[in-house]
Write a protein that binds this ligand. Structure first.
Ligand code: CUA
Length: 344
């Protein structure tokens, strides 16, 4: 008995650590802290099914302990065998029917919501009431296009609060999965296929999104942000994105722009100019992270341009620093230019 208590005491710090760590995490990434209609419906379903399971565990646990105590082997009851009930029709029917009923209770709202949430058709008259976004997942970044607004961005998605956003999702390479937990939904991004999803944000804020399907070495670093802003701010953002960022003013940023044109625009675009294979950088300076992983500082941007795969293994962007043709000074200038790319 004493040894058992000693073991329990030894496990106490571990239990404490688990309790402590369960409080960690970034705000806006939990399905149990829903920030929009779709997420709320899904959270309700999860809690509802959890409640059913808790009731089942309590009932089964109660019966288990009741039988354990009531029919325990008492003193003077050597070789006591309780009454055997195998093949009892009434009992068999009861424990077959109850799970079927529970599954039906769970299935009804689940199937109903699955169909409701997968319906992304929009009547023509309601075209202005929704925002359409085309998502393309890449190893390891996210491309966001607003087809009816002719605007493209990457990594940081901007959506208006209170409006349904309809996503058409695909992949440029392998299978990824688009997931913004606090806003609900999670859907695979498959090459050569388009999947759909609809979401809505109720409150302004920045919600973390991520890839939820193992897609390669930097799968765990494939983050994005959803910035939910007011309708007025969204309209302004679209206008500003179309206009593009102002021209750089400092000598260093101007030189950086020239270097960027010569070295980076085969892949990257700013506004409509440049290549389509890497993130569009029109509003780069307004974003929250460098490469989806690092804090948004110039120092980190220089590190990224110098050798991106040191930060995000497996990226297709080549190292441009050290022996990669650009000098440290040139990279500093390009970073200066990129930090002028704001549409605020
Ligand atoms: Cu993309 Cu995991």
């Amino acid at each position: 008995m004493k040894r058992r208590w000693q073991l329990a005491l030894r496990l106490l710090p571990l239990a404490g650590l688990i309790a402590l760590l369960s409080g960690c995490g970034v705000k806006g990434v939990s399905t149990l802290d829903p920030m929009g209609d779709v997420a709320k419906e899904q959270a309700w379903l999860m809690i509802f099914s959890l409640l059913i399971m808790v009731v089942v565990v309590l009932v089964v646990g109660f019966i288990f302990f009741y039988v354990l105590i009531r029919y325990r082997n008492r003193k003077g009851q050597e070789d006591y065998i309780p009454k055997q009930v195998e093949g009892n029709t009434v009992l068999e029917v009861i424990w077959t029917v109850i799970p079927i009923l529970l599954l039906c209770i769970l299935a009804f709202p689940t199937v109903k919501q699955t169909f409701a949430l997968s319906d992304v058709s929009v009547p023509k008259a309601d075209k202005n009431k929704v925002v359409q976004v085309e998502v393309t997942a890449h190893q390891y970044w996210w491309q966001f296009k607003y087809p009816d607004k002719k605007v493209e961005t990457a990594q940081d998605l901007v959506v208006p609060v209170g409006k349904t956003v309809i996503f058409k999702i695909t992949s440029a390479d392998v299978t990824h999965s688009f997931w913004a937990p606090a806003l609900g939904g999670k859907v695979d991004a498959n090459p050569g296929q388009t999947t759909t999803l609809k979401l809505k944000a109720d409150h302004e804020g920045v919600y973390r999104g991520r890839c939820a399907e193992l897609c390669g070495a930097s799968h765990a670093l494939m983050y994005f942000n959803v910035k939910a802003v007011s309708q007025a701010d969204f309209n302004q953002w679209i206008k500003d994105m179309k206009k593009g960022p102002a021209a750089p003013t400092t000598a260093s940023a101007k030189e950086g722009q020239e270097l960027f044109k010569q070295n980076c625009m085969t892949c990257h675009a700013v506004g409509k100019d440049g290549g389509p294979v890497a993130p569009n950088l029109t509003d780069f300076a307004d974003r929250k992270m460098i490469g989806g992983t690092m804090d948004h500082t110039k120092e980190n941007l220089v590190k990224w341009i110098t050798n991106p795969s040191a930060e995000k293994p497996g990226v297709t962007m080549p190292a441009r620093g050290q022996s990669g043709k650009l000098t440290d000074d040139q990279i500093q200038k390009i970073a200066d230019y990129l930090f002028t790319l704001t549409v605020k």
